[in-house]
Design a protein around this ligand. Structure first.
Ligand SMILES: NC(=O)c1ccc[n+]([C@@H]2O[C@H](COP(=O)([O-])OP(=O)(O)OC[C@H]3O[C@@H](n4cnc5c(N)ncnc54)[C@H](OP(=O)(O)O)[C@@H]3O)[C@@H](O)[C@H]2O)c1
Length: 317
């Protein structure tokens, strides 16, 4: 049964009131769903800080947003490469110096379908390193500021968590054996979800309600995700798909993350939010299906320990 909490059209930015005084951090916001989320939040008067790896693309994105919303639009960027833990640490310290509140940290950036196995500078398989370990460390470093702001962490996941192994390959996290672009991507997105659900558990165990953690996905959205890191064949297949109703716009793909960052009526954190139409890949935004392998407790707990070890970050709650 599709979720009807927000009516037959699902959640849309029409529900947003003014966001003056609020600060939203978005990773990977110079394109795709992240850029569209930035547009929506700015339109409502929020401050938006983009955490992006490319200075050049970030400057272009800021310029485009200022052209649309005027010079007073409060949008800036901090350079951060999620594939390098040192860069994540530097970016977090710059954020802590310059931004006193964080109403939501939207973990949106990702690479996907990397055709051949690659390692990050820290020696992690590139998709796991970028999508999961990078965000794990960033969330940990910014956590106290988010808590002080009574803010949210929003993890942008993927229906890919239902593909691949549906668990974490602890004996070979870096895919020395059996690498395939989709399986490794799926595992990285499952890891991001498990991080979020485990964080919810740890907050509850500590009796804390000062941070809310939501998980969403954009469905199938016409962004640059596959063009950036996918193989030539994948890019062609994806290009064909974008010509069909099976794929929605990047703007529609941004609604779940904006909803999870802002919507007061959301209460269920142990959920997966996204499109609720055909195959939950397109259509009205609401609560979708969440399969239990995404919150398999022993796996989540072990992954948390592995993530602390890999990032060298001892997360005290
Ligand atoms: N589009 C879909 O159909 C779909 C489906 C399921 C899930 N998702 C998820 O939706 C989220 C948004 O992706 P999108 O579709 O909007 O793709 P996108 O247009 O490619 O945006 C991804 C963003 O992540 C940034 N990024 C990549 N590697 C990074 C790194 N090492 N450090 C910092 N930023 C980095 C990219 O920066 P550059 O511009 O420098 O490359 C880009 O701004 C992702 O989490 C993705 O997994 C998308």
């Amino acid at each position: 049964m599709p979720d009807t909490t927000f009516g037959s059209k699902g959640w849309t930015p029409d529900r947003l009131g003014k966001l003056d005084g609020k600060t939203y951090l978005i990773t990977g916001a110079n394109s795709g769903a992240g850029f569209q989320a930035a547009r929506t939040l700015l339109k409502k008067g929020a401050k938006v800080v983009m955490l992006n790896r490319s200075v050049e693309k970030s400057k272009a994105a800021v310029a485009q947003l200022k052209t649309e919303f005027g010079d007073r639009a409060d949008v800036s960027f901090v350079r951060m490469d999620l594939a390098a833990l040192a860069s994540v640490r530097e970016a977090a310290s710059e954020v802590l110096q310059n931004f006193l509140r964080i109403d939501a940290l939207i973990c949106n950036a990702a690479i996907a379908q990397v055709p051949t196995r690659k390692l990050t500078v820290d020696g992690f398989e590139s998709q796991l390193g970028t999508n999961h370990y990078g965000h794990f460390l960033l969330c940990g470093l910014l956590f106290d500021r988010i808590a002080k702001s009574k803010g949210r962490i929003v993890v942008v996941a993927s229906l890919g968590y239902n593909m691949g192994l549906k668990t974490i390959k602890f004996d070979d996290m870096n895919w020395n054996e059996g690498y395939s672009p989709n399986t490794a991507y799926s595992q990285s997105k499952l890891a991001q979800m498990m991080f979020a659900y485990e964080l919810q558990d740890r907050l509850a165990a500590a009796g804390r309600t000062d941070v809310e953690v939501y998980v969403c996905h954009p469905g199938s959205s016409a962004t640059s995700l596959i063009t950036t890191s996918g193989s030539r064949t994948m890019r062609f297949i994806w290009w064909l798909m974008t010509k069909t109703p099976m794929v929605q716009t990047a703007e529609q793909g941004s609604y779940p993350e904006v909803m999870c960052a802002t919507e007061e009526a959301l209460t269920d954190q142990r959920a997966l939010y996204g499109p609720t139409g055909r195959m939950e890949a397109v259509g009205p935004v609401g609560k979708g299906t969440l399969n239990p392998h995404a919150y398999d407790k022993p796996v989540m707990t072990k992954l948390w320990q592995a993530s602390e070890g890999a990032t060298g970050f001892d997360w005290k709650l």
